[in-house]
Ligand binder design. Structure first.
Ligand code: C5P
Length: 207
């Protein structure tokens, strides 16, 4: 069983993907971490000449099975850097094979990201497109960061999320749109448990 979960920043897709993986006993890949790791590797070159070439080299050299310091990769800054390397076609290409292999392993898998249902797993058994309004997403991300002991500027975070969404949606190489056969799940008014129950209900109905 291959399950594709896509959605914008802080929509709850990562939590849902992990919950689905636990429920069905499947391995789970948060593909945003790959872009975050590449972005982190070229942090010092942000908005400078050489950024693109360095990002391509970092993506090609990435050992996706051993991502260092996942806590650091979760920062808002890593998200912004990730969305800047994610517009580079060669970066996406370099990360494609690992994601595709993960998706097609025997027994199935759950992957979450932006282009899983459109580019990585257009043949997924079930596709979910997770949505939630920007304020709800900002609040969730703020609490997540605060639970890690970080101090959060909600105003700045809101704008960062909006800016990242805009870049992701305009990304000509990104494939970030709802696949025709994806099921839309709006989590704005749902807590984690209710959202997971709704996602499981969709998967059970399709399978
Ligand atoms: O999902 P997450 O917020 O960790 O993703 C970070 C960034 O990586 C996204 O804003 C997007 O630019 C990029 N990304 C992508 N394709 C994916 C996963 C993430 O372009 N499949």
């Amino acid at each position: 069983m291959m399950i594709a979960v896509d959605g914008p920043a802080a929509s709850g897709k990562g939590t849902l993907a992990a919950g689905l993986a636990g429920h069905y006993g499947l391995p789970c890949l948060d593909t945003g971490l790959l872009y975050r790791a590449v972005g982190r590797a070229v942090d010092a070159l942000e908005d400078q000449p050489g950024f693109e070439a360095a990002a391509i080299a970092a993506a090609r050299a990435l050992d996706a099975s051993h991502l260092a310091d996942v806590a650091e990769l979760g920062s808002a800054r890593s998200g912004v850097l990730a969305s800047k390397v994610a517009v580079i076609a060669e970066v996406r290409q370099a990360l494609f094979d690992y994601q595709r292999q993960f998706a097609t392993q025997p027994g199935g898998a759950v992957l979450d990201g932006r282009d899983i249902g459109t580019r990585i797993c257009p043949d997924a058994d079930v596709k979910l497109f997770i949505q939630a309004d920007s304020k709800a997403r900002m609040e969730r991300r703020a609490r997540q960061l605060e639970s890690r002991g970080l101090v959060v500027d909600r105003y700045a975070l809101y704008h960062q999320i909006e800016e990242r969404d805009a870049r992701d949606m305009a990304n000509p190489n990104g494939g970030f749109y709802k696949a025709d056969d994806a099921h839309l799940l709006d989590t704005t008014l749902l807590g984690i448990e209710a959202a997971l129950r709704a996602a499981i209900a969709i998967v059970d109905e399709v399978m």
